[in-house]
Design a protein around this ligand. Structure first.
Ligand SMILES: Nc1ncnc2c1ncn2[C@@H]1O[C@H](COP(=O)(O)OP(=O)(O)OP(=O)(O)O)[C@@H](O)[C@H]1O
Length: 249
């Protein structure tokens, strides 16, 4: 089994201030990986780097998945819900890669959109403007769009935050179904019980990797205490790293 991603001395940050520091490691094809860590540990920053939204300060991400095969679901707070479209149009955007920006939607596509809406329990919501959806309904709609995207690598940033137990169960089942189809899933998660129950591998981040491997070995009380200490000790105004063996991408 090959790797979909490799981090090589990767440092990511903002305005030359590093937020993820000298990360090394690989994500194997078909992985179901949780990224955990305290607030401000750099979890979202790492997903943005993988998604190509953020360019490394130093080091690099070796990606073996073309950008069009990556689906990225940012934190709910970052999704603009004032955009005036309805649920049907939002979900149908998942077909963009196949249909093209101005491609028409044919009968088979319409059936796929209906199946995706049914899979997330949103039948009957087709004509609802997305601005009128609850948080959980919006997340279901975004999952339906991902279903249609048919991506090989799925990046989910806190996908279950503020959702009720039923919605979390339904959407976790979808994530596992995607992974069962051979897709690689990387999800930022704060709920350790959920991670222990469903994610075989975990990266514990505190600006740098504290531990990375089998979830049971990573989410120990010692490692979690170490991650908290490292985040508390971090200097927010630390300057950019001196150039290292890695190369800015
Ligand atoms: N757009 C930005 N500009 C400047 N600094 C940023 C920006 N986004 C994040 N940061 C900083 O980068 C660091 C890591 O933030 P990040 O959002 O990656 O953490 P996180 O682990 O996802 O946290 P949380 O669990 O709170 O979502 C923090 O110190 C944060 O203040």
């Amino acid at each position: 089994m090959g790797n979909v991603l490799a981090f090589r001395n990767l440092t990511l940050g903002y305005d030359r201030h590093p937020a993820v520091h000298h990360l090394e490691g690989e994500v194997p094809d078909g992985d179901l990986l949780a990224i955990c860590g305290p607030n401000g540990a750099g979890k979202s920053t790492l997903l943005k780097g993988i998604a190509g939204v953020l360019t490394p300060l130093t080091g690099r991400i070796e990606g073996h998945v073309p950008a069009r095969e990556i689906a990225y679901l940012p934190q709910a707070a970052e999704v603009d819900r004032s955009f005036p479209i309805d649920v049907y149009d939002l979900v149908s955007m998942g077909l963009w890669r196949r249909a093209g920006l101005f491609g028409g939607i044919n009968r088979a596509d319409r059936a796929r959109i209906e199946q995706a809406l049914a899979a997330v329990g949103l039948e009957g919501f087709e004509a609802r403007p997305i601005g009128t959806l609850s948080g959980g309904q919006m997340q279901r709609a975004l999952f339906a769009r991902m279903l249609l995207q048919d991506a090989r690598l799925l990046l989910l940033d806190e996908p279950f935050t503020a959702l009720d137990a039923g919605t979390i169960t339904d959407l976790t089942a979808l994530v596992k179904r995607w992974n069962g189809e051979g897709r690689t899933v990387i999800a930022v998660l704060h709920d350790f019980e959920l991670v222990r129950g469903h994610f075989p591998r975990t990266l514990l981040l505190a600006r740098e990797a504290v531990a990375w491997g089998a979830t049971g070995d990573v989410l120990t009380s010692d490692n979690l205490a170490q991650a908290r200490r490292m985040c508390e000790a971090w200097d927010e105004d630390a300057p950019a790293c001196a150039p290292t063996s890695g190369r800015a991408a």
